[in-house]
Design a protein around this ligand. Structure first.
Ligand code: G
Ligand code: G
Ligand code: MN
Ligand code: NA
Length: 252
């Protein structure tokens, strides 16, 4: 666990950076969006994954502050992309704490006004556990976000508590199939069945179905066969700094 002092310094001294993992159309391989993933440029340890930082933010009651920093960065990126005449959906992970915060919607509205960009360029990714914890309040918050144009996706679908009743009852824009099903797709045939089921459920809800963790061409072929239309994974690209992401989209 990172220390509170580390977190404060990281926020105050610009040690945090958003990286962007391209999301591609699995049939055309065109980049259709990106998932924003937090990285910590630690002064001594180099580029770190965000786990410890997020844990620290949760336990020191700083998750909202970290979350707003992330959303603001996403809008800055959208503004730069807009300047290059690229309109690409950016997906931002949000934790339960953020979803329950009554400043989330005012903050998003403020950012949308400040940057003169529509909220339809933002997708919020929730883990399924979020949907489980307080259904009525969550539903109300999600409905309001969607009415403002924000897309809502369920991340890590199939993992954890996977309460299908909540998936049924929430209005969603995308289901992101957990990478554990994709990464062992060739070895375990049941994974294919689970992905097929996710696709059928997603389509019945009118959701886009996205596969995560695609690492091999064989996995890509199976996903195409099943009819999953979008995906992310090391086969296409890891999460990369913004300038690299822009170069990648312009190579197309
Ligand atoms: O690249 P990867 O190690 O980035 O991400 C690890 C985990 O951290 C993932 O589960 C991802 O959802 C989460 N994560 C990455 N960036 C953010 C962020 O900005 N906010 C929140 N809440 N979670 C994030
Ligand atoms: O929980 P969430 O889906 O937000 O986290 C995404 C995590 O998965 C990040 O840590 C990201 O770096 C990682 N990731 C993205 N693509 C791949 C992949 O193809 N293989 C593996 N092993 N991890 C991936
Ligand atoms: Mn995610
Ligand atoms: Na996931």
């Amino acid at each position: 666990l990172a220390l509170k002092a580390d977190l404060k310094r990281a926020l105050a001294h610009n040690e945090l950076e958003l990286y962007y993992q391209p999301k591609v159309d699995l049939n055309t391989l065109e980049i259709v969006g990106a998932e924003c993933l937090l990285r910590w440029n630690h002064p001594l340890d180099g580029v770190l994954f965000p786990g410890p930082l997020i844990e620290a933010a949760e336990s020191y009651n700083m998750m909202n502050e970290l979350g707003y920093w992330t959303l603001e960065q996403a809008f800055r990126a959208l503004a730069e992309l807009d300047g290059l005449r690229m309109s690409i959906l950016l997906s931002v992970n949000i934790s339960p704490t953020q979803l329950y915060d009554n400043q989330l919607i005012p903050t998003l509205t403020m950012l949308s006004n400040t940057y003169a960009l529509p909220l339809s360029l933002i997708e919020l990714e929730l883990t399924e556990d979020v949907a489980l914890s307080n259904s009525l309040m969550v539903k109300k918050q999600l409905d309001e976000l969607r009415s403002l144009g924000v897309s809502i996706s369920v991340d890590d679908f199939g993992k954890g508590y996977s309460n299908l009743a909540y998936i049924r009852d929430l209005d969603l824009d995308a289901l992101k199939i957990d990478k554990s099903f994709v990464m062992e797709l060739e070895a375990h045939p049941v994974n294919r069945a689970i992905i097929e089921a996710a696709k059928v459920i997603g389509h019945a809800k009118g959701c886009c179905v996205v596969a995560e963790g695609i690492e091999t061409v064989e996995q890509l072929h199976i996903l195409r066969e099943v009819g999953v239309t979008q995906g992310q994974g090391y086969l296409f690209s890891r999460a990369i700094p913004f300038t690299e992401f822009v170069e990648l989209t312009q190579q197309e």
